[in-house]
Design a protein around this ligand. Structure first.
Ligand SMILES: C[S@@+](CC[C@H](N)C(=O)[O-])C[C@H]1O[C@@H](n2cnc3c(N)ncnc32)[C@H](O)[C@@H]1O
Length: 409
């Protein structure tokens, strides 16, 4: 009797889930779990729901429960693998996705998830085969083509990457986010004009994936020292103390650690919820904002004494809105400090690494137009990339023409 009732509730929940009625579906799955707390299908579907809501840790608690009862079920292995990937546990994700595919080799979604997890682990070579297979099984889908294009780009196979990115764009249909990502990749590969900025979804997904490995990768492998270098420059030219500091694109908080000595109150902001979750673990930030810096800055007029963007503006092409926003968010006399990757000849250019380079002379012009006085401009090596130094420029600016007119907040 209870089993029949649970079956009916599950079917109803899945139907409503399919129609996008997430709250109603959840209520029905919870009724199933009240009847049978270990019911694996309800846990599996609760896991899918949690992933849709961007809560991978919660998803994992459910997908683990589903697998506990049915460890061999390919659907449960596949969903657990996807949840692990979204939580940044990439090696475990690969193992579970491979186990799912051993039992159900024609699962195009798991093939794509496997390829993307391998790419995120830095193994684009191994990613190519499952991604090729994913596009064979789902040739009309834009997402597998886009994932394949990224893997081909990582492998330095520009022509194959271009072909796959074109295929993704042709199939994106009304999905503006996917189309934007395909266009951005095409531009990075040299086809079409570079957009004014990297798509927010691209940046969010990239750093969500990267979050668990970010610090080890940057500090150990890529010799990343930009936060310390920029903080030293701020100290040398302005030595602020006890101000309200906003760390734009704070990531996991490496930059916040370097900025903390200036701050009476330190706030962080980032597009990536998982980078913010890592930053939160430091206990350094009084507030963390999940937001796009270009949209956030105008909402806080005059609120800060120092606004910093360390290794962040290379995800924006046109810096005019960001600089104008920084000026707005600063009190008169407040400081802006940031790094850019250095380029020359054009105001900005999109590199193959999918980051923008900026001409420092053009940046200085935009800063002046936004009402800043330049206090310092310094060349610096920002980090290593593929064994080569990345050349950058550090800027420290003061809002206003002269020194501080009143103490910044
Ligand atoms: C390379 S990380 C640098 C993190 C940190 N500032 C540091 O120095 O370690 C770049 C960060 O900027 C964030 N980001 C890029 N564009 C952004 C935007 N438009 N708004 C908010 N955050 C952004 C990314 O999500 C990522 O966490």
């Amino acid at each position: 009797m209870a089993a029949r009732k649970a079956g009916e509730l599950l079917r109803e929940g899945a139907a409503r889930h399919g129609r996008g009625e997430l709250a109603a579906a959840e209520a029905l799955y919870r009724q199933v779990l009240a009847l049978d707390p270990g019911e694996p299908n309800a846990h599996n579907l609760m896991g899918v729901l949690a992933r849709q809501r961007g809560a991978p840790e919660q998803a994992l608690r459910h997908t683990e429960r589903a697998l506990a009862r049915s460890p061999e079920a390919p659907v449960f292995l596949a969903n657990h693998g996807a949840a692990l990937a979204e939580a940044g546990r990439l090696a475990e994700a690969v193992a579970h996705l491979r186990a799912a595919l051993a039992r159900r080799p024609e699962d195009a979604v798991s093939l794509r998830n496997l390829g993307q997890a391998l790419c995120a682990l830095g193994d684009a070579r191994a990613a190519a085969a499952p991604l090729e297979q994913a596009v064979r099984l789902d040739p009309g889908g834009a997402a597998p083509w886009l994932a394949l294009a990224h893997a081909r780009r990582e492998l330095g196979e520009a022509a194959a990457a271009l072909a796959a990115a074109r295929a993704a764009l042709a199939r994106a249909g009304g999905d503006a986010a996917l189309a934007g990502q395909a266009r951005f990749l095409l531009a990075a590969l040299g086809e079409g004009a570079a957009p004014d900025r990297a798509p927010a979804e691209y940046v969010r997904d990239l750093f969500d994936q990267f979050a668990p490995r970010f610090e080890a990768e940057l500090t150990e492998r890529l010799a990343y020292r930009t936060p310390e270098a920029l903080a030293a420059l701020v100290e040398a030219v302005a030595a602020p103390r006890g101000v309200v500091v906003l760390d734009l694109g704070c990531g996991t908080g490496l930059s916040g650690t370097a900025l903390a000595p200036f701050a009476a109150r330190l706030e962080g902001l980032d597009l990536s919820p998982r980078m913010l979750a890592e930053a939160g673990k430091r206990g350094l930030y009084a507030a963390l904002h999940a937001a796009d810096l270009v949209e956030f800055l105008p909402s806080r007029p005059g609120a800060y004494g120092l606004v910093a963007a360390v290794d962040v503006l290379n995800y924006l092409g046109d810096l005019a809105p960001a600089l104008a926003g920084m000026a707005q968010a600063l009190a008169p006399g407040g400081l802006a400090a940031f790094s850019v990757e250095a380029g020359a000849g054009a105001p900005f250019a999109l590199g193959e690494g999918m980051r923008y380079r900026h001409d420092p002379v053009h940046v200085a012009g935009l800063a002046a137009a936004a009402g800043f006085t330049e206090l310092a401009r310094q060349e610096a090596v920002l980090r290593q990339e593929k064994g080569r130094p990345v050349a950058g420029v550090l800027f420290v600016l003061r809002r206003g023409a002269a020194g501080p007119t009143s103490p910044p907040p």
